[in-house]
Design a protein around this ligand. Structure first.
Ligand SMILES: Cc1ncc(COP(=O)(O)O)c(C=O)c1O
Length: 374
């Protein structure tokens, strides 16, 4: 495909460095929970201005560990309907009942008024998700609301490595944040996740949970119902190399986003607007379609005629409409449904050339024009 929707970025010198570090691990025999993982944790915590970081097997396990550490079992966890399956699934696996709330089409994140309306005596936690890497300007107000009500705020920062609002890093607005290193993410690890927190009790619980609930690495004495949620040393080596490039990756994504910004209004699309005090990593470049444009037909034309991939919405089917979450779906959520139906994501990754970004814009212009709306 001439312009795929996403592409990993591993320059040759990074690949050589990663292989050298994996060789170290193979030589030493420390293949999991070793020095590379610890170095990565320290570097990740420093980059996101938290006291601690705990490396785990995935973004999903990072969320579940945080929620288990917060003892949400038997209680309610508020989840925005516009997010990935894993946000809600982690809460269900941790024993909670999910309460879905609506989302704001201006930010794609939680609708603050709806969260407030759904908070109740059984609410243990609220999860905020930074869709596309944008931290909602309403997040500080949500954090205050959670503090006032004695409810934990957890951030699903799977999209938001390096993002900030008012100079404050993603993952630091609540009690803990969860990041993912899935291959499509701003930094890719193959698999992997990270918990960031200042809370010592969460760190202690996370160390235990990620290693089968064991009281210590070498003992077979289990104090919590954990699982194999460890990060292997080869994965840590990959993530470490990507983390060193994070600021460079974000700068490249921002430059391409600026290029799209300059053309997007003329295409008749409404981009997700990034507030002035938000530092967005542009995990996704999101644009809303004008009424009357059929998204599936547009994507098909872009793929078949122009060889441009527009897949990877965030997200197309909101969670309250997913069959598996039917027991938690108690009402329509029009904001999340609008977001799911009406946005597209333009290809965006550090190795996308300016000429290919311009080609995406031109192709979109032609396709939209032919669909009668331009
Ligand atoms: C918003 C969100 N939450 C959670 C996850 C789960 O992360 P992982 O795939 O690393 O388990 C992802 C990504 O896949 C995600 O996009």
């Amino acid at each position: 495909m001439r312009v795929p929707p996403a592409r990993v970025c591993f320059p040759a010198e990074d690949r050589a460095e990663i292989l050298a570090r994996i060789d170290e691990a193979l030589t030493s025999g420390q293949l999991t929970l070793g020095p590379i993982g610890r170095e990565l944790e320290a570097a990740f915590a420093k980059r996101h201005s938290t006291r601690h970081a705990v490396a785990v097997s995935s973004g999903t396990s990072a969320l579940e560990i945080i929620l288990r550490a917060l003892a949400v079992d038997g209680r309610e966890v508020i989840v925005p309907a516009n997010t990935f399956f894993a946000t809600a699934a982690a809460a269900v696996h941790a024993g909670a009942r999910v309460v879905f709330v609506d989302c704001d089409p201006e930010t794609m994140a939680f609708d603050l008024a709806d969260v407030e309306a759904r908070l109740g005596p059984d609410t243990a936690a609220v999860i905020a998700v930074h869709i596309g890497g944008l931290i909602s300007p309403a997040l500080p107000a949500l954090a205050q609301l959670c503090r006032d009500r004695g409810v934990h705020l957890v951030e699903d920062a799977a999209h938001a490595h390096g993002s900030a609002l008012g100079g404050q890093s993603a993952g630091t607005f609540g009690v803990a944040g969860a990041f993912s290193f899935y291959p499509t993410k701003v930094i890719a690890g193959g698999e992997g996740g990270m918990i960031v927190t200042d809370d010592e009790a969460i760190v202690e619980a996370a160390h235990t949970f990620r290693d089968q609930g064991k009281g210590s690495f070498l003992a077979n004495f289990h104090t919590r119902l954990g699982a194999n949620w460890r990060m292997s040393e080869p994965h840590a080596a990959i993530v470490q190399s990507q983390l060193a490039r994070l600021d460079e990756f974000i700068a490249a994504r921002q430059a391409l986003a600026k290029r799209y910004d300059a053309a997007i209004d003329d295409l008749g699309l409404r981009p997700l607007r990034i507030p002035a005090d938000a530092h967005c990593n542009y995990y996704k470049y999101v644009a809303f379609l004008p009424p009357g444009i059929d998204r599936a037909a547009l994507k098909q034309t872009m793929r078949e005629r122009f060889d441009v991939g527009l897949s990877g919405e965030v997200y197309d089917t909101p969670l309250h409409q997913q069959p598996v979450f039917e027991p938690f779906a108690d009402r329509a959520l029009p904001g999340a449904e609008f977001i799911g139906a009406r946005h597209i994501c333009l290809p965006l990754y550090p190795s996308l050339s300016e000429s290919d970004a311009d080609y995406v814009v031109e192709s979109l212009g032609t396709a939209l024009n032919e669909m009668g709306q331009h």
